[in-house]
Design a protein around this ligand. Sequence first.
Ligand SMILES: *Cc1c(COP(=O)(O)O)cnc(C)c1O
Length: 481
Amino acid sequence: MKSLLNSIQSLESISEALEPSLEQRNNYAKELQDFTNSFIATVESNKAFISGDADQQKLSVHSSKKSLSELLEIYNDEVVEKGLSPASGGHIGYIPGGGIYTASLGDTLASITNEYAGMYFGSPGAVTMENELLDWMKGVFGFPKEAVGNLTSGGSVANLIALTAARDKHQIKNEKVTQSVIYLSPQIHHCIHKAIRIIGLEDVQIRLLELDGYSRIDAKKLKETIAKDSAEGLNPFMVIASAGTTDTGAVDPLEQIGHIAQENNLWYHIDGAYGGFFVLSETKKHLFKGIELADSLVIDPHKGLFLPYGLGAVLVKDKEAVFHSHHYTANYMQDAVGGAQINPADVSPELTKHFRGLRMWLPLNLHGIEPFVACLDEKLLLTTYFREKLTAIGFKVGPEPDLSVSYFWYPESRVDQNDFNEKLMELIHKDGSVFLSSTKIEGKYVIRIAILSFRTKIVTVDKAIKMIEKCLAETKAAFGI
Ligand SMILES: *Cc1c(COP(=O)(O)O)cnc(C)c1O
């Protein structure tokens, strides 16, 4: 017994390092605060993109213990100062968001109190809070209160949950798989294709729909394609629309597609991961008419609400369809069944999860919704401003965008236009003061602008224009023209 006590005590004296003293905690907090304050103070003057590889050795865990200040130095050199800076307003590529500071307060709280947000029994408050956030989003998108939902790690997992529910509702399994048809846009986000494979539907028939001049699904063609497939004895079961595509920000004709889905008994899924929250903008509301017709909807608060990475959301009207694959009980969880709320664990592949609702609940309640809506409206106007500036310096821009993603190219006729714009993109990446990304629209190499970071301001756009002009001159020089 004595030796048992001795052993426990000697281990305790080592393991107590895991509970820093009040003084140590204050020191850590101070150091971290200094670091993040200096990060925020310089993030806009630093580059938005720096190419180069990370030092594997420095980032390994095999070396000896280090102090927090040493670790912060490594973090700064190897992580912060390499690659993309998603916190920068100069991140105008892909789909940015920024990451508002007050969300980090929620993350810190969630980490320290470590609430169990998977089951109501474990934390009635955390689960109720997450469900209240979902109810708020149901209200925003005109979904009924009885719909279920989940706060996921991002849009990809949210889409996965929605598509699983669609599969189960329509019982797409066994020999039915190869006869079943999914209708979607060639501009759909690739995570939808991943989800289709993950849920065992690799062998379904996928119809890539025709688009109009604004890269939106042509609803009339959709109707015709469904009729043709039905006549041939196939099983059309799902149509997927985008409320803001990643490539061009196009919003599909949501209401028309919704009616077609209803007439044909299709599951109607809408991916609004990028564009969904623009429904809050009075100037864009009309584009989202019909979003309430969806059976399932995905939105990404880590994009449209400017939260740091790690928060997507899915809403699904048919609870049983979601429960079919996700609701589970186990003997060791018998205490946790029942309760006044839907358990997040019953609508998600996750059981234990980060209490991610807090990073959304805290900022929304701290700031109110108004600055979020103003920020969305600001991004829309900045997109117009950017396009006007580009046109003024000789660039061609894509069609009037639905939201805040657009594209441009330089109409160079003396050399291959695609080669020219690709070179221009390369030099823009090399400069890095503002980060843009590229895509191909009908074979044409174009440079995208995606304005959604809360830190993107008018000065950022001016800086981008300056950089683009400089890189344009360099590109011309590189081609000797
Ligand atoms: C970003 C995005 C996704 C994927 O979401 P993640 O949060 O990156 O997993 C899906 N669809 C659209 C339209 C997106 O913009």
